[in-house]
Design a protein around this ligand. Sequence first.
Ligand code: HAM
Length: 415
Amino acid sequence: MYQKPKGTRDILPDVSPKWQKMESVARDLAKQFGYEEIRTPIFEDTSLFLRSVGESSDIVSKEMYTFEDKSGRSITLRPEGTAGVVRAFVEYGMFNDPLPQKMFYIGSNFRYEKPQAGRYREHAQFGAECFGVDTPWGELESIDFAMTYLKNLGINKVELHINSIGCPDCRAKYNQALKEFAEKHIDKLCGDCKRRAKVNPLRMLDCKVPECQEIYKNAPKLADYLCEDCKKHFAEVQKLLKENGINFVVDPQLVRGFDYYTKTVFEFTCLDIDGTGKSLAVGGGGRYNNLVEEIGGKPTSCVGFGMGLDRLIMLLSEQKKESVDAFLMNVGNVGIDKIYPIAHQLREQGLKVECNLNNRSFKAQFKFADKIGAKYVCILGDEDLKNGEWTVKNLATGVEKRVKEQNLAITLLNK
Ligand code: HAM
């Protein structure tokens, strides 16, 4: 028997209503915040991710699904959404349009990670990218959008963590200090961190090995290396969040796993997931002021976030399945050929209708209608066919009435 690939999931019909809710709440809110939808390919040239996410990141160095296509091009299934959206922004010269340009997306990403609860090899994100805002109001609106999304889903136990990782200037100085620190502890660091210390010391702070994290507690702090502009920007972001009633924690260890970030980074952590006391990052984002230029566009300051839908779904309450308005029954010598066209007409009028596709007996049709939770059964027998009249029975009350065929829709719609 075939099974789904490791680290993937099937979204079965009983959980689909939850996914639909996450998507519809996202779409409605995006409209209110002025974001329009963009859909980019599920795969891109590998070099796009090397350039944007960064060669020294865990995602690029360990987790990408990369392969050669039949023409020998190196292709990668997207591990995240931002790079593709930025590529499209540059490819279509959107930096020439009035800014800000705001776009959202919902779609799958692929990372070859060790599967566990809340971590999959295919995961979905609702992401939002704002192009062309350099002021701290960009962070405020992006964070406000993400927090309102969580609130509208009914998810309240969320903590916002923020940090500033500075601009390339201050980060270069910090990286040098971190490198010197790492050299003093190099024997105790894991293999990955030994490599990170050489190519991109900031990535060491992302390390998941507890022994390394213990050592980094005494590492130089990024905040002490920020230039005046980055310091001012970060202070302003904090002021705006406070003034707008958004609680946050400044987390000096938060560096995020992508090379494209500049200045502010943030993460949304859900506390006490399923009552176990465990917490989980349900979303993250930040500012990326240099990425558009790095991949060939005009300098454009950006900020955005991605929410992990596979994690949010763990926190959503059960969503009601939409019930069936009516089951149309054929009895006696009446065939499905007399029923199906009526089902089609009723569906055109917006009703959710089922009929007897499996040639079930009278009794079995009733049983089935009950099983699928139909509100009404509409019965057509030989005499009814002659008179153009149906028997309509309300399954909850047991009340029956005779209804002319042309009045079926109105009767069912009036419920
Ligand atoms: P990220 O933090 O890598 O950011 O992913 C965003 C969210 O996706 C995470 O907080 C988590 O909830 C979810 N997620 C990530 N990996 C997995 C996985 N393997 N299984 C299940 N859920 C996962 C980004 O991807 C950035 N592109 C966000 C962004 C947009 N930054 C600026 N704009």
